[in-house]
Ligand binder design. Structure first.
Ligand code: ARG
Length: 462
């Protein structure tokens, strides 16, 4: 029995019917489907479409169904085509004919969009909580790193010294944008579709403003045709999860490199690493690699969904059913990846001696050039002078720290006795001036600002 079998005089071919069954995955919308149905039943009652008695029966029946499904998830199963059919069947089983009035003036087209909007609004905060926890782990690492220095890279070549704290706050900055982007996806989902009917609107005088208020929506969709086919909020969610996965992947890639033998900037905790079945010495960063790998999967969900949407004629099309597995998979992928990244980042230990060694040497060349600029030399000229010094030092296998005053002055008579002091990693970071720079005071403020953000974004983490 389906919601539509009255129209047909033969049973469906299982190869066609089973192919369209979505109950296996849309059971995740159980709670949202019932919540939406309760609001609809109340709206029918308030509009006088259904008697008060039947409305009461529907509402209490639906509440009982919700309780039963929450208590025992195996209850949400059966031969039904989808979650909507399941809930209606259970309601009729429970209250009889009154349950047959629930779908008056309503279509599964608006219902399924409503359910997914409710679902995302309900679930996105948990993803944001995971992202905020990772931001907190970055902030903790920044705190712990204190004044330790490391090289920042461009083109994966040593570029300039930075505070290790600045490095961790760099990842925190990207993750905070992900947090905001998830909020934007939730806002986009925040529109009531009920009242749209199948495509043209409903002919019953339901008060959509009241339904919206009851369900906590801040607005109502503007066009019923658009409502039945609009899944932009799904695309936005998949984009938000994809970009968050891209950022996690970049954290992962950095740490795969920085925890390897060649860099040795950080040690992976045993608890967040894996071994090799053959090579006893190996300590592998599997969780990081898997986070990096799963970014491809999240991006695939976004790409796949955009391709599904692009060919659709206006109004509802069954293709839209593909939205749910994309959403559930992207959600699970991000939730698990952010937890794995947190496990790794929160347990990293810094090898400050190695990072500081890597932060000294020829990467101080820009600071040496800035020294000459401070003495009045045009920057382009200073670049040339220091470039020649670097060439010579490289040939001799040494760096600025080994130059005698005479040798400094050979390169330019603008170098004074204080030149060697300008060419240290610490002087380099202290010389930075702007609020977004790696200047130790600026980084301290940035860390405080990050903590303040965490307190407002994720109060329970404090
Ligand atoms: N399972 C369907 C979906 O996910 C529900 C809507 C079905 N509507 C319809 N006209 N067949 O989109």
């Amino acid at each position: 029995m389906t919601l539509w079998s009255g129209r047909f005089d033969v049973a469906s071919d299982p190869a066609a019917f089973d192919f369209g069954v979505s109950f296996g995955f849309d059971r995740a919308l159980f709670e949202d489907d019932v919540t939406g149905s309760i609001a609809w039943a109340e709206a029918l009652g308030a509009a006088g479409v259904v008697s008060d008695e039947d409305t009461r029966a529907m509402v209490s029946g639906l509440k009982a169904i919700l309780e039963e499904g929450r208590y025992d998830s195996s209850y949400v199963s059966g031969p039904d085509e989808d979650i909507h059919s399941f809930v209606e069947r259970k309601l009729v089983e429970r209250i009889g004919d009154a349950g047959r009035r629930l779908h008056t003036g309503r279509s599964r087209n608006e219902q399924v969009s409503l359910d997914l909007r409710l679902y995302l609004r309900r679930r996105i905060p948990a993803l944001q909580g995971g992202v905020a926890a990772l931001v907190a782990a970055c902030a903790d690492q920044a705190e712990r790193a204190g004044s330790a220095l490391m090289p920042a890279y461009t083109h994966l070549r040593r570029a300039q010294p930075v505070l290790v704290a600045h490095y961790f706050l760099c990842h925190a900055a990207a993750l905070r944008r992900d947090h905001a982007r998830l909020a934007t996806a939730a806002e986009e989902a925040d529109a009531l579709t009920l009242g749209s009917g199948a495509v043209a609107g409903t002919s019953y005088p339901v008060d959509t403003t009241r339904i919206a208020r009851a369900l906590g929506f801040s607005r109502i969709v503007g066009n019923s045709m658009d409502a039945s086919s609009d899944r932009d909020f799904v695309a936005s969610f998949l984009y938000a999860t994809s970009l968050a996965m891209v950022h996690l992947s970049r954290v992962a890639e950095d740490l795969v490199i920085f925890t390897g033998e060649e860099h040795g900037f950080f040690d992976l905790a045993d608890a967040s690493a894996t071994g090799s079945s053959m090579m006893p010495q190996k300590k592998n960063p599997d969780p990081l690699e898997l986070v990096r790998g799963k970014a491809g999967r999240a991006i695939g969900r976004l790409t796949g969904w955009l391709v599904t949407m692009k060919g659709l004629p206006s109004g509802y099309n069954k293709d839209l059913q593909e939205d749910k597995e994309a959403v559930f998979d992207a959600e699970a992928t991000l939730a698990a990846s952010v937890a794995a990244a947190h496990a790794v980042v929160s347990r990293l230990t810094l090898n400050a001696e190695r990072t500081e060694r890597a932060a000294s040497g020829l990467l101080l060349a820009t600071d040496v050039a800035d020294y000459l600029v401070s003495r009045g030399m045009p920057f382009r000229r200073a670049h040339e002078v220091v470039g020649a010094m670097v060439r010579r030092l490289l040939a001799e296998g040494r760096d600025f720290s080994t130059l005698t005053l005479e040798q400094w002055r050979e390169a330019s008579d603008m170098f004074g006795a204080d030149a060697p002091r300008a060419a240290t990693a610490l002087a380099s970071v202290q010389a930075r001036r702007t609020a977004q720079s790696t200047n130790p005071e600026a980084v301290r403020k940035a860390l405080d600002e990050c903590r303040a953000w965490l307190a407002s974004a994720n109060p329970q983490s404090q």
